[in-house]
Design a protein around this ligand. Structure first.
Ligand code: MOS
Length: 699
C-alpha cells in the first residue's frame, strides 16, 4: 500500500539536496561516453583539412593502410553516402569541398588509438587551394542582413525616429565595442562510441540532448528515429557546444558503418577548436542619446558578426537591447558575413553575453558622461512594460537586484572618480552591470511509475550536463508526489526514455519539470483511484506537455540580475585581477540552492574569464584560429577566482510554470564582462571596449 501525503506536504524544492549521483561521480562509477567499451571496439582518428578553402584533389591512403591494425581509411571517395542535412556541418565526408581549415576530410579506423593516430598522420591529402577570407570587418562587402537571428527573432527592429533623436540628444554616447571568437572548453571533450547492429545504431554520446541527436542523426543514415538510441547518462559540461549534434558524432557513426565494427571517436582538446563551434566574434556600435539627467531618448545597437560558407548561424547579439531599458526611439540591427571559417555555434548565453558587454559598458559610459551613479541611471530608465512588444513583464526585479547588490557590496561609499585609488600598489575600482536572460520552455514527455515496494520511478530523456538537473527533477517529482526525495528515482540521459527537449537555453528545469509535474500529478490521481493499491508490476502513467506549452505570449518573461566587480590593476604591468565579484539574481523560484549557486558562480567565473582571458586569435595567413589548446587559449583557473559570490532574491511569479522557475544556467555569464570592464575604467580611467582586457590594451 502506497500512501501519498499529497502536494504541499513535503517540500524538497528549495532545499540544498546533495546531487543524487554525486557518490557515483566522485567514486568514478558514473560512466561518460568515452568509457563505454563494447566488444570488438576500434578507434577512429580524424584527418582535418590543412587549407581554409578549396577542394580535396586526391587522397593517398597506401602508407596509412599498411600500418599494422589499420582497418579502414575513409574519405569522400569511399564514405557511405548520407542523406542531405539541414545543417551542412553534418554532411561529413560527402564532398570534395573544404569550407574551413580543420574541417574533417578523412578518418582512419584502427585496432588501437595509437595505430589510428599514426595512420591518420600518414594519410596524404592533396588539395586545390583557393584564396581564403577569414577576417571579420564591419565594412566587409559581404555583409548582409539575415532573415532572422537565433532562434526566431527578426534581424532588425526600429521604433520612433532614432536618427532625429540622436541629433537632438543633450548627451550622446557613440562607441564601438568588440568581442573575440571564443571556444567552448567543457571539462569533458566531445566523444562518441557508435555501435551498429544491422539497421540499428546505438550512440554513447556526450550531448546536451539525446532526443535531438537521435532525431537529427537517424535521417542522415536513412533510418527512422526509432532505429537510433542515444545513451548519455553523464555529461561533463557542454555550454552549448553539445546542444546540437555536430560533425564528430556523425563521423563516428559513419566510420562504424564503413568499418563494420563499433567505433570510438574522442575529440581531442586541440581538435575542439575546429569542429565543435565557437562564439562568433562581434563588432558592435552602440549609440545612446539622453537628457542631462540621464533619461534615455534613444538606443541604437548595430551588430556585425560572422558565419561559415556552409551554414548560416546568426547570433542574436542585440536582442537584450530590445527589452532592457525604456527609450521612445530605438533600433537594433544584425549584419552577417559568410567567411571561410567553421560555423559558429552556441556558447553559454549566445547573444546576451557579448551583446550585454556592449550595452552595459555603454550605460556606464553614459552614467559617467552625465555624472550620475550607474545604478541610479539604470533605475531612471527602467521600463514599465517590455519596450518593444508592449507586453507586461510577468516579473522584473532588476532594480531590486541592483539595490540588494549595492547594499551587500558596499556601493554607497563609492567615489565615482576614476583612476584615484591606490591600494597595496594596485589601482582599485568597482563596476556594476545588469544581467538578463529570456525564459524559454519546450514540450517534453515524462512517465511516472509507482512500484510495489513504495518507491517511484520517473523517466524522461532529460540531460544532466553537470548542472544538477537529475537532482532538481528528483525534488520536483518528490514534492508533486508528496513523498521524500529518497523514494524517487529519476532516470534520464537516454533517448529510449520519453522524449525531452535539450539541456540548453536555460530551459531544462522549466521544460522537463513541467512534464515531471504532470506525470506525477497523473500518478497521484491514478493511485487515489486505486486507494493506493499498487499491483506487483506497478502503476505507470505518462504525460506530454505539447498542448500545455506554446501559444501566444501574454507576458514578457526574463530573468534579471546585477553584477558587481572590484578589480585591482597593476599600474606597472597592466595586469588586472578581479578581487571581488558579486551577483544578485532574480530568477523565479530556486529549486536547489546548492546546485543553483554553482550555476550562478560558474557563469560569473566564465564571464570573468571572458572579460580578461578568452580569445581565439585568427591567423590570417593560414586561415585558422591559432591557439588550439588550454596553454594558449586561457580560461579562468582557481588562482584567478578570488572572491566570487552569488545570491538571489525571492521571486514569486505565477505565470511561468508549475514550479515557478526561470532558467539559471546562462544568466550568470551575462553582464560580468561589462562589470569588470566598468571596474577597470573606475580603477584606471582607461575604457577598454575590446575584449579581452589584455595588458596591451591598458598600458
Ligand atoms: Mo546553452 S549555449 O543554450 O547550451
Amino acid at each position: 500500500m502506497t500512501t501519498l501525503a499529497g502536494p504541499g506536504a513535503a517540500s524538497s524544492v528549495g532545499s540544498a539536496l546533495d546531487r543524487v549521483e554525486g557518490l557515483e561521480k566522485v567514486t568514478g562509477r558514473a560512466k561518460y561516453a568515452y568509457e563505454y567499451a563494447p566488444d570488438d571496439l576500434v578507434y577512429a582518428a580524424p584527418v582535418q583539412a590543412g587549407i581554409a578553402r578549396g577542394e580535396v584533389r586526391a587522397v593517398d591512403a597506401d602508407a596509412a593502410l599498411k600500418l599494422p591494425g589499420v582497418i579502414a581509411a575513409i574519405w569522400y571517395g569511399n564514405a557511405p553516402r548520407l542523406a542531405p542535412a539541414e545543417n551542412a556541418e553534418l554532411s561529413v565526408l560527402q564532398s570534395r569541398r573544404v569550407a574551413y581549415r580543420g574541417q574533417y576530410v578523412a578518418v582512419v579506423v584502427a585496432e588501437t588509438l595509437e595505430n589510428a593516430v599514426e595512420a591518420a598522420r600518414l594519410l596524404r591529402v592533396d588539395y586545390d587551394v583557393e584564396e581564403h577570407d577569414v577576417e571579420l570587418r564591419a565594412d566587409h562587402p559581404g555583409m548582409y542582413r539575415p532573415e532572422r537571428v537565433n532562434p526566431v527573432y527578426p534581424a532588425d527592429t526600429e521604433q520612433g525616429d532614432p536618427d532625429a533623436a540622436l541629433a537632438a540628444a543633450e548627451v550622446v554616447v557613440d562607441e564601438v565595442y568588440s568581442t573575440p571568437a571564443e571556444h567552448n572548453n567543457p571539462m569533458e571533450p566531445h566523444a562518441t562510441v557508435a555501435v551498429w547492429d544491422g539497421d540499428g545504431l546505438t550512440l554513447y554520446d556526450s550531448t546536451q540532448g539525446a532526443t535531438s541527436v537521435r532525431d537529427i542523426v537517424a535521417p542522415l543514415f536513412g533510418l527512422p528515429p526509432g532505429n537510433v538510441r542515444v545513451v548519455s547518462p553523464h555529461v561533463g559540461g557542454g555550454f552549448g557546444s553539445k546542444g546540437t549534434p555536430l560533425s564528430p558524432v556523425v563521423l563516428a557513426a559513419l566510420a562504424a558503418k564503413h568499418a563494420g565494427r563499433p567505433v570510438k571517436l574522442a575529440v581531442t582538446r586541440s581538435q575542439m577548436f575546429s569542429v565543435i563551434g565557437y562564439r562568433t566574434p562581434t563588432i558592435q556600435r552602440i549609440r545612446l542619446g539622453a537628457d542631462a539627467r540621464g533619461h534615455l531618448g534613444v538606443i541604437v545597437h548595430d551588430v556585425f558578426e560572422q558565419s561559415s560558407r556552409i551554414r548560416e548561424f546568426a547570433e542574436q547579439t542585440a536582442t537584450p537591447t530590445r527589452m532592457m531599458y525604456a527609450a521612445p526611439n530605438r533600433r537594433t540591427t544584425h549584419r552577417l558575413v559568410r567567411l571561410d571559417v567553421p560555423t559558429p555555434s552556441w556558447m553559454r548565453a549566445p547573444g546576451e553575453a557579448p551583446g550585454m558587454f556592449a550595452l552595459e559598458s555603454a550605460l556606464d559610459e553614459l552614467a559617467f558622461a552625465c555624472g550620475i551613479d550607474p545604478i541610479e541611471l539604470r533605475v531612471r530608465n527602467e521600463p514599465e512594460t517590455d519596450p518593444e512588444s508592449g507586453l507586461p513583464f510577468s516579473s522584473r526585479n532588476l532594480v531590486a537586484c541592483m539595490r540588494e547588490g549595492a547594499r551587500r557590496f558596499g556601493w554607497a561609499d563609492r567615489d565615482p572618480a576614476p583612476g584615484v585609488r591606490l591600494r597595496d600598489g594596485l589601482l582599485v575600482g568597482t563596476g556594476v552591470a545588469a544581467s538578463t536572460y529570456p525564459v524559454y520552455r519546450r514540450p517534453s514527455k515524462a512517465s511516472a511509475t509507482a512500484l510495489a515496494d513504495g518507491t517511484f520511478t520517473v523517466r524522461i530523456a532529460a540531460m544532466d550536463i553537470g548542472t544538477g538537473a537529475r537532482t532538481a527533477l528528483t525534488q520536483i517529482a518528490a514534492d508533486t508526489l508528496g513523498v521524500p526525495p529518497g523514494l524517487v528515482r529519476v532516470e534520464i540521459g537516454d533517448s529510449a526514455l520519453p522524449d525531452a527537449s535539450l539541456a540548453g537555453g536555460s530551459m531544462g528545469t522549466a521544460s522537463w519539470g513541467t512534464a515531471v509535474v504532470r506525470a506525477c500529478e497523473a500518478l497521484t490521481a491514478a493511485l487515489r483511484e486505486r486507494d493506493g493499491q499498487v499491483p506487483p508490476d506497478g502503476v505507470e502513467v505518462s504525460a506530454d506537455t505539447a498542448r500545455e506549452i506554446g501559444g501566444e505570449r501574454r507576458f514578457a518573461q526574463h530573468a534579471f540580475g546585477a553584477q558587481f566587480a572590484e578589480v585591482g590593476v597593476d599600474p606597472a604591468t597592466g595586469e588586472t585581477r578581479v578581487l571581488r565579484l558579486l551577483g544578485v539574481f532574480a530568477a523565479g523560484r530556486i529549486v536547489n540552492p546548492k546546485t543553483a549557486r554553482s550555476q550562478f558562480v560558474g557563469g560569473m567565473t566564465m564571464g570573468m574569464s571572458m572579460a580578461l582571458l578568452e580569445e581565439s586569435v585568427m591567423d590570417r595567413e593560414f586561415g585558422d584560429y591559432l591557439n588550439h589548446d588550454l596553454a594558449q587559449y586561457h580560461v579562468a583557473a582557481c588562482a584567478d577566482v578570488r572572491d566570487v559570490e552569488a545570491v538571489w532574491i525571492e521571486e514569486d511569479d505565477p505565470h511561468l510554470n508549475p514550479m515557478g522557475t526561470k532558467g539559471i544556467g546562462e544568466i550568470g555569464i551575462v553582464g560580468t564582462a561589462a562589470a569588470v570592464a566598468n571596474a577597470v575604467h573606475h580603477a584606471t580611467g582607461v575604457r577598454v571596449r575590446d575584449l579581452p582586457i589584455r595588458i596591451d590594451r591598458l598600458v
